[in-house]
Design a binder for this molecule. Structure first.
Ligand SMILES: NC(=O)c1ccc[n+]([C@@H]2O[C@H](COP(=O)([O-])OP(=O)(O)OC[C@H]3O[C@@H](n4cnc5c(N)ncnc54)[C@H](OP(=O)(O)O)[C@@H]3O)[C@@H](O)[C@H]2O)c1
Length: 252
């Protein structure tokens, strides 16, 4: 049996990925602070195994406790393959450096970068002890490779995630494991994250008008379209470990 773990499946891209995996009959474990009840019902209606774990990904003790429990319950079932989607992310704080509060800086790096590092480490450790292959999908952003005014923390945490992905891929290739890891840049999507971006100010975020226009001109992609393209790529197995994939390359 194949299992998928998705962080941040309560809404946005994570919920779309989860729905699509249910359509593919893949057993699902979701992790976020709140549960998406519709997802549970959708899994039940489609006879797909579904578990939700509540976890604050900015808290390393909760991560350790929750993901040890998940790993324990999944690896003992000898799954054919485990798909791990590190999707949860936060955009805030949005402001120029020198005007930021300390707590949101730390929370951003914890959710966007440290949590994927800890979870990937734990799962690759467990994979070593069994005959299971793990595929890790880290959801990144175009902001990882382009400095954006007011987004220094987000740009930096996503840039770190890209480098983490590339380094892990290199190590796994050298160790000749069956594990693969990729980063995926979903482009601008119509989710709550974009709502938060639009509520900031011009002083905090110079490009705000452009982002308001994305919404007005219907440029934001529906997360179902983006999630579907990502799941197609992952299930095809036809991707290069260590590479950063962009949605624009998948929807050509
Ligand atoms: N939207 C875009 O235009 C865009 C563009 C480029 C990249 N991305 C990336 O795509 C991914 C998904 O973004 P989205 O737009 O779908 O965001 P979203 O709608 O804001 O959803 C974010 C998800 O992350 C979870 N999350 C946030 N903080 C958490 C925490 N402390 N602990 C546990 N879970 C937490 C949320 O769950 P709970 O609140 O229930 O905990 C939610 O399910 C993110 O990595 C984002 O950086 C988005």
């Amino acid at each position: 049996m194949k299992y998928a773990i998705i962080t941040g499946a309560s809404k946005g891209l994570g919920a779309s990925i989860a729905k699509r995996l249910i359509d593919e009959q893949i057993a699902l474990v979701t992790v976020s602070r709140t549960e998406n009840e519709e997802l549970r019902k959708y899994a039940q209606a489609n006879n797909v195994s579904y578990q939700h774990h509540s976890c604050n990904l900015s808290n390393e003790e909760e991560i350790q406790e929750v993901f040890m429990e998940i790993a324990h319950s999944i690896f003992q079932k000898n799954p054919v393959e485990i798909l791990l989607f590190n999707n949860a992310g936060v955009i805030e704080p949005i402001h120029t450096v020198g005007s930021l509060d300390q707590t949101p800086i730390i929370r951003n790096v914890q959710v966007n970068l440290i949590a994927p590092m800890l979870i990937t480490n734990l799962f690759l450790q467990q994979a070593k002890l069994t005959n299971t292959s793990v595929q890790v999908i880290n959801v990144t952003s175009g902001a990882a490779t382009r400095p954006i005014h007011g987004w220094s923390i987000y740009c930096s945490s996503k840039a770190g995630l890209n480098m983490f992905t590339q380094t892990v891929a290199m190590e796994q290739a050298e160790m000749k494991t069956n594990n693969k890891i990729m980063a995926f840049s979903p482009g601008v999507m119509d989710t709550e994250m974009q709502e938060i971006i639009r509520t900031s100010s011009k002083e905090a975020f110079k490009e705000i008008d452009k982002f308001k226009e994305y919404k007005e001109k219907n440029i934001l992609k529906h997360p179902d379209v983006v999630g579907g393209a990502l799941v197609d790529l992952v299930l095809s197995g036809n991707y290069e470990s260590g590479k950063v994939y962009h949605i624009k390359d998948l929807l050509k």
